[in-house]
Design a protein around this ligand. Sequence first.
Ligand code: GLU
Length: 594
Amino acid sequence: MGRISGTLLGTIVTVGLVATPVHADQTSLAAGLAGLVAPHAGQAKKPVAEGYGGAVATVDLDASKAALSVLKQGGNAMDAAIAGAATLGVTEPYSAGLAGGGFLVYYEAKRGRVVTIDGRETAPAAMTATTFEGIPFADAVTSGLSVGVPGSVAQWDLALRRYGTLSLRQALKPAIDVATKGFVVDQTFVDQTAANAARFADFTSTAALYLPGGQPPAVGSVFRNPDLARTYRELGDRGPSWLYGGKLGQDIVATVKNPPVTPGSPRVVRPGLMELADLRAYRALTPAPTHVRYHGLDVYGMAPPSSGGSTVGEALNILSAAGHVGLHEYLDASRLAFADRNAYVGDPAFVNVPLNELLSAQFGKERACLLTDTALPHPAAPGSPDGSYGPCPPPVTAADPKQQPEGPETTHLVVSDQWGNVAAYNITIEQTGGSGIVVPGRGILLNNELTDFTFGPAPGDPNLPAPGKRPRSSMAPTIVLKHGKPLLAVGSPGGATIITTVLQILVNRFDFGMPLPEALAAPRASQRNIAATQAEPAFIAQYGPDLQARGHVFASTPEIGAATGLEFLSRGKVQAVAEPVRRGGGSALVVRNG
Ligand code: GLU
């Protein structure tokens, strides 16, 4: 096989962090936050930054600057993560926003532990297992029916109250500044707008905001969102209950039930089922993180309803048991883990997810014994995570799993601070552009997260809709500890490819010995128990022939994921890493270079 597969485990650097929490003076911090972020025509994004005192990586320079400004003013990693996320809601509005959801994994230095916050959207009380049956996926994508009860604001509020030093109002200030002054439109924003132009034009509110003069805004122009600035300001003043039961919530419910379809548009837009009571009932949750050991490191991830932590974790256990780890093993471990993810993972409040067994080393070993020198036949059948693991089970064949399309783009950010806290945060409104519906006068796009449910009919599927249920996610914010201290954090957008992107970066880093920037930039392939492995052209060119000779089949796809990560180097030096090329490249910043 190619160069990568023969490389052995790389050196793992040690971390020396002092976990002394210091709380910022909130008044001076808040006063300092306004006015820090300005449009920056000509300022270049850099994908890698190394230094001290805290670090940030996001897909976007304004968001990275917003998070960095909070760190520089003495805020901690949680404050900066929320400020960065709110700013991404301005500059990456098709991927993130307050009407969406997300998953956050956090290393709390003070207690030396990893915690998570689940801000996943929920199904309204009126939704049932049959709600999506018979509805074409493409119709559900642009509809009120797919809008989940937004979780981001409850998540921000809980995150700040429990782990931050800022109030919600203070954390929203940098985002308000960017929404007011504007950001410089880049090619990615134009491309994403153009790709959505047909459906954006079908809603009066969306066309007015994102298609000024009937066209996507021009590259280099300054894009302002004064409605969103007002929404954030009022949210800061009134608090989360303004959304979860108050006037903002009423506006969202009214829009979901009666989307503002452009007169004369031929689009049939299904209304949604959300009521104010659904918003009132929403709670962010704090499940224990998933955990596996890999090469002596502790890998923490997001528990169900995300399948991120369980699937990355199971695949790592399979690789641990495999002995040799090359790209062939990476692809087949991922195939097996996805077979189990599809069969067993859903919202644990509604289905019995055998999480401990999925993540057990013994189950990983049982699954690993299916690996041979040649690619596993498609499709792999799920295993039996039943607590009883014997000698190698005979290979079982399975019916070809129904592949439901999943949204391709959300976003991920990482932040560390001077005290050693680390945030890995995936935020989303599901597909690029979410439901395509802007709430009139509020400047926010509604999510279409409920399309992450299985549409059915699919008896026994753990991911069928139900009242109040969270749709299964693939988001996989991940934090790796070495000897109890943070070593690395990583995550990506990309729907179900999030899982393979995170897994591949971990394998690149810890099995193939690549430095983190190389591990992120390397060409990607994604095997999710699908017939043909999706792979970037550079991956196929470099590794295709060797892997095809072993029975792997590839389908070319231009780009997979848009990861961000950070790694602690020696003596408290931190390296923040974003994509050099994918999705236009990201932005890494550190508080101090030296
Ligand atoms: N909705 C997706 C999930 O939760 C994330 C959005 C995306 O990256 O497509 O897995």
